[in-house]
Design a binder for this molecule. Structure first.
Ligand SMILES: NC(=O)c1ccc[n+]([C@@H]2O[C@H](COP(=O)([O-])OP(=O)(O)OC[C@H]3O[C@@H](n4cnc5c(N)ncnc54)[C@H](O)[C@@H]3O)[C@@H](O)[C@H]2O)c1
Length: 441
């Protein structure tokens, strides 16, 4: 059987999620033909790592994406660049005749999404959005309970996500702290959460209202809180004054952060360890969003990125009862290794279901090993196996389901700017004739 050919653009911390299964578990089905990144250091880091770990011939690397497409003709392109660039590479890959697997968020703006949708229509090619959270066991269990009608028709969801001072802080060191590059955390991070709410409800969002602010990270906040001593240096690596700083992140701490980021600084100027209490950060760290769906459900969502621990809590109210779901996570920071660095292994998933006039039932969902609660491995199987298990609960997401999530974040950004609610259909048209998420590609 001929193997499917893949190429990747953006070879930083996240890309092993895609490269390693292609050349290892699914090598009988897949072939990696090219790696593209403006940083020679980063692309050769992965080229050498894959050759030495899996004994494969060095994969050709490119700084020029179009040259890679001309010379290697991949059937599928993996887009793993900073978020604001996704749409550009998706469109160029589709135009060159490839299907696309894009990291989340699919893109960060409604007008960027319109370009993707138009290119899909024009080329007839496909785009997959990699929503790995859909594949985790606790989230799947909640979807099943709702779909089985355990609490009747869902009317309201209250969803609180909290990031800690390790993982949450990490977004404020990198490109994620620039709204023009990441869209802010309501795009970069909340796209996962908006997606699982969409998927749980099998619903399409219609209207969004949001408020947010930067109240913890950033220079002014540190000084106002009496933590000005942590704001006195621009970055952490090589900074003696940061020795006692609990937010310090030393790029010499591991071989991968040194080889992937520190050694590449002269090439691209990308600093991976900027001070989280510097001036100029323009994303929020504290956010509240209200969402109304086409089918009438209402959602109350919050995200705070400076909490002592990490996880989320969702309360789902139906007209026959209520589900409460709690996840606690060890936070993780991706450093370009295929193993994920965590600050503990306390991953728990707890469910409490109570139907009207009945006693509550409580249980823990069993842990599955592997990245993102085992979700990464199941998604890898769907992406790369020539014979994946049937996707009975519609976990695979195309570009329209990617849009249903990102457009909540884009609408929330607009709402925070104007102080007004935003109707998504006024930003971009997303199949106005459809009511349910599964009706979208
Ligand atoms: N699903 C998840 O759980 C998850 C987790 C982490 C990251 N991600 C996503 O993965 C993607 C990559 O994130 P990361 O953590 O690897 O970031 P990173 O900064 O480690 O890597 C990004 C790479 O893109 C490259 N790049 C920059 N400009 C480019 C350009 N013009 N053309 C091509 N490449 C360019 C950089 O040189 C770098 O190698 C992002 O979209 C992010 O949202 C998803």
């Amino acid at each position: 059987m001929k193997r499917k050919t893949y190429a990747a653009v953006g070879t930083g911390g996240r890309v092993p999620m895609f490269l390693d299964p292609i050349v290892d578990t699914y090598r009988a089905d897949c072939e990696l033909v090219g790696l593209c990144d403006p940083s020679e250091v980063r692309r050769t880091f992965h080229q050498k790592r894959l050759a030495s770990e899996y004994g494969i011939a060095p994969v050709p690397t490119f700084s020029d994406f179009d040259q890679m497409m001309r010379e290697t003709h991949p059937e599928i392109v993996i887009v793993c660049t900073p978020d604001a660039l996704h749409h550009e590479y998706i469109v160029r890959a589709l135009e060159a005749g490839a299907d696309v697997i894009s990291e989340k968020p699919l893109t960060i703006r409604a007008d960027f999404y319109a370009k993707i949708a138009e290119a899909v229509r024009r080329t007839g090619k496909k785009v997959r959005t990699t929503f790995n959270m859909r594949w985790t066991p606790g989230i799947g269990k909640i979807r099943q309970l709702i779909a089985d009608g355990t609490i009747g028709c869902v009317r309201h969801v209250d969803f609180e996500y909290y990031l800690n001072t390790s993982h949450g802080a990490d977004y404020f060191r990198r490109w994620h702290s620039e709204k023009s590059v990441s869209g802010g955390l309501l795009l970069h991070k909340s796209t996962h959460h908006f997606d699982i709410i969409n998927w749980w409800l099998d619903a399409i969002p219609a209207e969004v209202f949001a408020m947010g602010k930067l109240c913890f990270y950033g220079r002014e906040n540190a000084i106002a809180r009496g933590d000005g001593r942590f704001a006195e240096y621009p970055r952490y690596t090589g900074e003696p004054a940061a020795a006692e700083d609990p937010f310090a992140f030393d790029l010499n701490q591991s071989e991968s952060t040194r080889d992937l980021y520190l050694n590449a600084e002269a090439e691209t100027g990308y600093l991976r360890d900027r001070n989280v209490f510097r001036a100029g950060i323009d994303i929020e760290d504290s956010m509240s969003v209200m969402i109304r769906y086409r089918t009438g459900e209402i959602v109350n969502y919050s995200l705070n990125a400076y909490c002592p621990d990490e996880g989320f809590r969702a309360s789902i109210c139906g007209d026959r009862g209520r589900i409460e779901y709690t996840e606690r996570h060890a936070s993780h920071i991706l450093t370009g290794d295929k193993e994920v660095q965590t600050d503990g292994d306390d991953y728990t998933m707890h469910v409490r279901v109570q139907r009207h006039f009945e006693k509550p039932v409580e249980f823990d969902v069993e842990k599955v090993s592997g990245g993102h609660g085992g979700g990464d491995a199941l998604l890898q199987c769907q992406m790369f196996s020539s014979n994946p298990p049937v996707d009975a609960t519609n976990r695979n997401a195309g570009h329209e389901q990617g849009a249903a999530s990102l457009l909540i974040g884009a609408a929330a950004n607009q709402s925070m700017q104007t102080g007004q609610p935003v109707r998504i259909e006024e930003m971009v048209s997303l199949r106005p004739d459809k009511q349910r998420l599964h009706e979208l590609v």
